[in-house]
Design a protein around this ligand. Sequence first.
Ligand SMILES: *[C@@H]1O[C@H](CO)[C@@H](O)[C@H](O)[C@H]1NC(C)=O
Ligand SMILES: *[C@@H]1O[C@H](CO)[C@@H](O)[C@H](O)[C@H]1NC(C)=O
Ligand SMILES: *[C@@H]1O[C@H](CO)[C@@H](O)[C@H](O)[C@H]1NC(C)=O
Length: 441
Amino acid sequence: MGTTNHHHHHHHHQPTTFPIKKLITGALYTLLPLALLHVYLFPISLKQPKLITSTQSQKTSSPSIPSSLAAGEGVEHRHSPRSPRCDYSDGRWVPDSRGPRYNGTSCSTIKDGQNCMAHGRPDTGYLYWRWQPNHCQLPAFDPVSFLHLIQNKHLAFVGDSMARNQLESLLCLLSAASPPELVYRDGQENKFRRWVFHGYNATVSIFWCPFLVKGIEKSAAPGLNHNKLYLDSADDRWASELDRMDMVVFSVGHWFLHPAIYYENELVLGCHHCPELNHTEIGFFDVFRKAFKTTLKVVSSQDWSSPASSEKLVVVTTFSPAHFEGEWDKFGACPKKKPYKEGEKGMEYMDAEMRKIEVEEVEAAASKGAAKSGGRLRIEALDVTKLALLRPDGHPGPYMYPNPFADGIKEKVQNDCVHWCLPGPIDTWNEILLEMIKRWK
Ligand SMILES: *[C@@H]1O[C@H](CO)[C@@H](O)[C@H](O)[C@H]1NC(C)=O
Ligand SMILES: *[C@@H]1O[C@H](CO)[C@@H](O)[C@H](O)[C@H]1NC(C)=O
Ligand SMILES: *[C@@H]1O[C@H](CO)[C@@H](O)[C@H](O)[C@H]1NC(C)=O
């Protein structure tokens, strides 16, 4: 473990104890050494929050879920011409005796660190919940319908390990109907992969692009202490393939919390968590917004004049909050065994802000993109932030490693309270994705 990090993680306050002013920016998040966890991301906060006063507006609103999400919903409705459609982000988790569609035995593509059952997680209650939207029904995942919808098409997931988590959930859900064949792999740790479902000529792929824009990960070179992000250029690794994607799911966020230097027009715009450098600390919220602006602009600016340019669906999966309750490396870092009930858990300022930026940028790009493409481009948010927030029970925790307590309970144990067990809550993201694709077709 590094010695310079402040091992004080991000506490989740109950609404009543929530500090009134939340004018923090990303300046208070830093990262543990990545090598420790192989999970690619690990947000924690500094002990001494650095308050940034410049552009942050004083936020005094209640942190309760309904009000914070209501603000976002207002945005969606105002801009949405396709009005009466279900808002899947508004709902609650209800008990469900059906249980999961797959397990680590029936699905062979689950990443080790997320195969909670195989790693000996003893409780299974977290598998028996389904999401109940408040104003409609969310049908159970139907793999055959999904495969029909992506027949002769390419569905790409682009982003970080949360994108990968969602992709692996989808592969498991689909493999109940048809086994995927891995036809391409490249990069360390399976960062770029492609599968084909042969009966359907359907392609599903994953692209490791944790910033969406061009970036250099600090792990790329020894001595690099900061990621470098070039906010005005899309990451070519996905952008160069865009023409061959019919559906794209972007899912990023946690990597923006890492220390970084930001460039725009080849000049340093500022940095995040870089006290040793002579750059201005600008946090990561504006940067996150710029990354989405650049990304969605590239998506919209394909040549739509040709009648042959096919229709495209672009989905942004919104930010998925972490659930650390104690030290990340102590026993019981995310010990909950049940979802939160409505109103039981307020959304942290950062989580709400990340989601809001994504929803706003999607809405802004959606109308422009639809106009530019003559209706052939659809851009939508897969708004899972609240669904995710309410599922502290769905993470691998110590079961990111096999049988962590085989030799008894240990005080020190690494925990993943960010990603989701497979099967687990993230399967619901794909149930919603299926409804979005149905609506699009
Ligand atoms: C896993 O799924 C398979 C196929 O659905 C089933 O036969 C098996 O009993 C399941 N195993 C566990 C441990 O649930
Ligand atoms: C198979 O799917 C690809 C897209 O992934 C498409 O370009 C191709 O035309 C499809 N083949 C047939 C025979 O439809
Ligand atoms: C840091 O930047 C300021 C303003 O550009 C400059 O005046 C100062 O000399 C720089 N300090 C160092 C140590 O480079």
